[in-house]
Design a protein around this ligand. Structure first.
Ligand SMILES: [Zn+2]
Length: 223
């Protein structure tokens, strides 16, 4: 009888341990909210000026945009998104809207995922598509610093988002946003003609190739 009890306890412990090990970076996601009423109002003004919309809600998002932060550390990356207002030092951006740049998620170098904004709200991260695009920012000073853990966590997030929002049809790297030969470009919208999109290099073609491959192989997802 005693042996039987020991076996039951052992089996229980092994099962618990296995469940523990199976926890993904999604289960371990950390909340780091940056939303405020002020940010919403500023984003709403941006949405009005650039998209002719009277709100800053992300309704039926149709794409995901992958970025890297061009900042070496998690702490500084998170700090860059915290203010509601854009820094006056970012002259060009500041003249086309007061709302700070934002992101829905930040993925650290070890793959830890931080949630900054709900995917029901717009963030300012990609000219021409903020009205319909969810943002994932990866902590890295340049593309050579991106990690395998970030590939895995980006894929986990994209798979989760694609299930949560069946409206999602495209995933692009920021550097692909102005590529008019890609199907996502039909969603481009910008009412201020002088607001010229700049050339972006994040997160690099290699990262996008690897992420797409991982999504296809591990999740049977073609984006
Ligand atoms: Zn970017």
């Amino acid at each position: 009888m005693k042996l039987k009890q020991i076996i039951i306890v052992m089996v229980y412990l092994i099962v618990s341990l296995k469940i523990g090990v199976a926890q993904t970076k999604l289960d371990l996601m950390i909340d780091h909210p940056i939303q405020s009423e002020k940010r919403y109002e500023l984003m709403k003004s941006y949405a009005k000026a650039h998209y002719g919309l009277d709100h800053a809600n992300l309704i039926n998002p149709q794409m995901i945009v992958i970025h890297y932060s061009a900042i070496a550390t998690l702490k500084q990356t998170l700090a860059a998104f915290e203010s509601d207002n854009i820094s006056k030092s970012r002259n060009r951006l500041a003249s086309y809207g007061d709302v700070n740049v934002g992101t829905h998620y930040v993925v650290d170098q070890d793959g830890t995922i931080y949630s900054l904004l709900p995917t029901t709200l717009m963030a300012r991260h990609v000219i021409g598509f903020n009205h319909t695009a969810i943002a994932i920012e990866n902590v890295a000073s340049d593309q050579g610093k991106l990690t395998d853990e970030q590939i895995r966590s980006n894929a986990l997030l994209v798979d989760m988002l694609a299930k949560k929002h069946p409206s999602i049809r495209y995933m692009i790297g920021h550097l692909e946003y102005m590529n008019q030969t890609m199907p996502h470009f039909e969603l481009f919208k910008e009412n201020i003609k002088e607001y010229e999109p700049s050339i972006k290099i994040d997160p690099g073609f290699a990262f996008m190739r690897r992420l797409r491959n991982h999504l296809r192989v591990q999740y049977n997802l073609k984006l």
